[in-house]
Design a protein around this ligand. Structure first.
Ligand code: E4P
Length: 217
């Protein structure tokens, strides 16, 4: 399973990249607004740090505008992936980019039928939002399982990018459900390494090793 970090904060991206834990980055207009930085400048900086896919979302809601914006964003770096909303206009733009060889991430997916349409339009990635479905008492992970089955039934190549991931359990459940990728906040990615028994065991090993008086180097 690949890990993308869901952030526009360059320091977080650098830190995770240094740990070797990062396969890509996703951003959205909310994350860009939170970063307080100029959109194209921050995308260019992220592309200079990481070779993997970097999703940059269009702002237009009409297909013509999405295509124009997407073409500009794609020029920022070879690893830029154009993020498009799951609307009919977004699907039309997705088809255009599929035909012109530009990768897309179709976002704001909340149903299996929407995911089916995105795959038919040639999306590189589909982003089903697990956490936002959970927020309204709909099982977000069931959507991941449904999409996995549908894509496998028809050999669709669109990758399932589990999004709106909020917890370590979401990551584990998305992996069990067969998501190809999860896009995860940096704090959640780092938290995956934590276990109280790891801390306790390490404390004991350190204590016992110190008592031997030995040194490895
Ligand atoms: C996905 O690409 C989105 O940026 C993101 O995962 C949304 O997460 P949220 O529902 O926690 O805002």
């Amino acid at each position: 399973m690949q890990f993308f970090v869901d952030t526009a904060v360059v320091a977080e991206i650098k830190e995770l990249n240094d740990y070797g834990l990062l396969d890509g980055v996703t951003t959205n207009p909310t994350l860009i607004a939170k970063s307080g930085r100029e959109f194209k400048e921050v995308i260019a900086e992220i592309c200079s740090i990481i070779d993997g896919p970097v999703s940059a979302e269009v702002a237009s809601t009409q297909s013509e505008g999405m295509i124009k914006e997407g073409e500009l964003l794609a020029k920022i770096g070879a690893n830029v992936v154009i993020k498009l909303p799951l609307t009919l206009d977004g699907l039309k733009a997705c088809r255009h980019f599929f035909q012109t060889g530009i990768r897309t991430n179709v976002t704001l997916c909340f149903s299996a039928n929407q995911a089916l349409l995105a795959a038919k339009a040639g999306a590189t990635y589909i982003s089903p939002f697990v956490g936002r479905l959970d927020d309204i008492n709909i099982d977000g992970m069931e959507l991941i399982r449904d999409i996995r089955q549908i894509y496998d039934n028809y050999d669709f190549e669109t990758k399932i990018l589990a999004a709106s991931i909020r917890s370590a359990n979401h990551v584990k459940d998305a992996a069990l459900a067969g998501a190809d990728i999860a896009t995860i906040p940096a704090t959640v990615i780092k938290g995956l390494a934590n276990h109280v028994l790891t801390d306790k065991g390490l404390e004991q090993f350190t204590k016992d090793w110190t008592a031997t008086g030995q040194s490895i180097v």
